[in-house]
Design a protein around this ligand. Structure first.
Ligand SMILES: [Ca+2]
Ligand SMILES: [Zn+2]
Length: 616
């Protein structure tokens, strides 16, 4: 590889105002493997060694290494760092470049370990409370409730699919065989309030997970898994949602694409709740007011309020959907009417939590992580783990910036780049594609993100290498990032088949800057490791070493010449008038270098050519 890099002689020609295409240069693609492992466990290092040796033998060059402990290095013991050293030595011996992952913006539970209150939080506005015996209890207006929630009369529901039938005061679904099986009620709600649904569920060999969906407008308001087992006796399941800007929602108890088995629903209950998973931080204020609008003082007019069960389900940074909420206690007389505005945590699917990017404390955590990680790993490059950000731009810290979601994410990306460049000057920086790709997740109405994620990509300068992973729209995604001047690593496989990477690479051939392909498994399925790298070897990189360009642009009074290079690399610029001989003009270090050539310089010879060469 090294000798190949040095063999480049000509890179770019440039006439006045025009840029010729580069010479085609063939290089092997980098071959990456994604590997997530708990490095605290000694046996896992033994397993990694087996995997690394196998990968090196199969021609792999890079390892993207992830461990949730990477966000908690300050709490790790000597054994952990001994294991880090073992992994580093092993990688060095096998000539595998380690690319450790950090900045878990999206799957942020590991960062939230340091402070569960940093979770992005949804607003509740002016929930009505009335004091009874020293407790301010909710006085919902309107009172939330299902009609016929005991399923004694399915006709009380708004509508249902025919395969949902009444049976002894329950709603039963048997063998839906692909058909949807839903029973639905449209329910009035107050905007920006917190609601709790409970329902009893029994199943018999029911193979598909039933769901409670809360839908309105273009949005779903609940994404948590219900957690029903294939076969179970009656058990209560919980759903919590925030009505956000809606005054009416459609609540579905249903199965989508069910197969076989029997499911029973009973005792569906809807209630407004308050202070459940209450978040307390500067950017998530609790404001309690009296009927006259005067703000009450915490610790004086009412007891200090927190939810001790918020963010501590298994460990700090792990959240549950429902538990008994805390009570607002006050010495104010019975009948006193209050309103409470506050923010609460929300997760999606299986406890996925997003950190608030607008809190200064989050940025401190990110900086601390980058320092500790670079001290431990000393890697050439790091992977920013921005990925599937499901909740954003709701808390007061986010809202007061008055930015759209895309601008908030772009700002966070810039901050992360700046931190990494402080810690590891000229190091390489990689990031997952999805949150910066308009063909993928960077759009409006994405999960519980407020606003439009478009423009998030403005936070990534062209030095950032994109790890592109959306197979279905691969051509549009690859084009988008190639046209923005990014180099790309293709994340393929995804526990499908090794052959999938051939489709990726055939599509990618037309784009510049494709540097490598990654065997990406979320299920530790390494069976296709060798087959994958064999296919990757059939293809060649379209990335130039150091990925640089020389561009010319007419400006007033002359010509602007710009070298778009890579930080940490050096380039020689030569000049020629007849293309038969070349003279050294200057040597520069990339990033981006700009020269202004005034017209009088150019007019001496209008046929001036420039070329740039990567030298080291
Ligand atoms: Ca019943
Ligand atoms: Zn926020």
């Amino acid at each position: 590889m090294k000798t190949w890099w040095k063999s480049i002689s000509l890179a770019f020609f440039l006439g006045c105002g025009g840029v010729a295409p580069p010479l085609g240069l063939a290089a092997p693609l980098q071959c990456w493997i994604y590997c997530s492992q708990n490095l605290w466990v000694d046996q896992n290092i033994n397993d990694l060694e087996v995997l690394f040796r196998r990968a090196a033998g199969a021609g792999y060059t890079h390892v993207l290494l992830a461990d949730s402990k990477f966000a908690k290095l300050g709490t790790m013991d000597a054994r952990y760092f001994r294991n880090v050293d073992r992994v580093k030595q092993l990688a060095a011996e096998l000539k595998l470049e380690l690319v450790p992952a950090l900045f878990s913006i999206g799957y942020s539970n590991d960062l939230l370990f340091h402070d569960p209150n940093l979770i992005e939080a949804l607003p509740v506005r002016e929930a009505l409370l009335v004091v009874t015996n020293s407790v301010a209890r909710l006085a919902p207006d309107p009172p939330a409730a299902f009609k016929g929630g005991d399923f004694s009369g399915l006709g009380l529901w708004s509508w249902k699919d025919a395969n949902v039938v009444a049976e002894n005061g329950t709603a039963r679904v048997t063998d839906p065989r692909g058909a949807n099986a839903r029973i639905v009620q449209t329910v009035p709600v107050q905007p920006f309030r917190q609601y709790h649904i409970s329902v009893r569920v029994k199943t018999q060999n029911f193979l598909v997970q039933p769901e409670v969906k809360v839908l309105a407008g273009n949005r779903a308001f609940n994404y948590n898994y219900l957690g029903v087992k294939t076969t179970q006796d009656w058990q209560i399941h919980h759903v919590v949602f925030n009505s956000l800007d809606q005054s009416q929602v459609n609540i579905y108890f249903g199965v989508w694409g069910g197969t076989t088995g029997t499911l029973w629903w009973d005792d569906a209950v809807l209630e407004e709740v308050a202070f459940l998973n209450l978040v307390r931080r500067d950017g998530a204020p609790l404001v309690v007011k009296g009927e006259d609008g005067a703000v009450l003082a915490e610790g004086k007019d009412f007891s200090p309020l927190k939810d001790p069960l918020m963010g501590v389900r298994l460990w700090p940074g792990s959240y549950d959907v429902y538990h008994t909420p805390p009570l607002l206690r006050t010495a104010l007389p019975n009948g006193t009417r209050l309103s409470a505005s506050y923010y609460h945590a929300v997760t999606v699917y299986d406890d996925q939590a997003m950190v608030c990017p607008s809190e200064p404390r989050t940025v401190e955590l990110l900086r601390d992580q980058a320092r500790r990680m670079h001290a431990a790993w000393g890697a050439k490059g790091y992977m920013m783990s921005h990925d599937e950000i499901r909740v954003l731009n709701w808390c007061a810290a986010c809202e007061r910036r008055q930015l759209d979601a895309g601008a908030i994410l772009a700002d966070n990306a810039r901050t992360c780049l700046q931190i990494l460049r402080e810690v590891n000057p000229k190091g390489r920086i990689y990031v997952w594609s999805d949150m910066f790709d308009p063909n993928h997740n960077a759009h409006k109405d994405y999960y519980l993100v407020r606003g439009d994620l478009a423009g998030s990509w403005e936070g990534l300068d062209r030095e950032v290498i994109i790890v592109t992973w959306y197979f279905n729209k691969r051509e549009a995604s690859l084009r988008f990032f190639a046209e923005r001047g990014h180099r790309q690593i293709i994340a393929g496989y995804y526990d499908s088949s090794a052959a999938q990477i051939r489709d990726w690479l055939n599509t990618a051939k037309q784009f510049r800057g494709i540097a490598g392909a990654m065997y990406t498994t979320w299920q530790r399925r390494f069976t296709d490791l060798e087959r994958f790298s064999e296919i990757v070897r059939e293809f060649q990189s379209t990335d130039l070493p150091g990925s640089f360009r020389l561009e010319a642009r007419r400006i007033e009074g002359g010509l602007q010449l710009e070298l778009l290079g890579e930080a940490g690399r050096y380039y020689a610029i030569e000049t020629s008038t007849g293309l038969s001989s070349w003279q050294g003009w200057t040597n520069v270090e990339g990033g981006d270098v700009i020269w202004q050539l005034p017209d009088e310089t150019l007019s001496r010879d209008p046929r001036q050519f420039y070329r740039a060469q990567w030298i080291k």
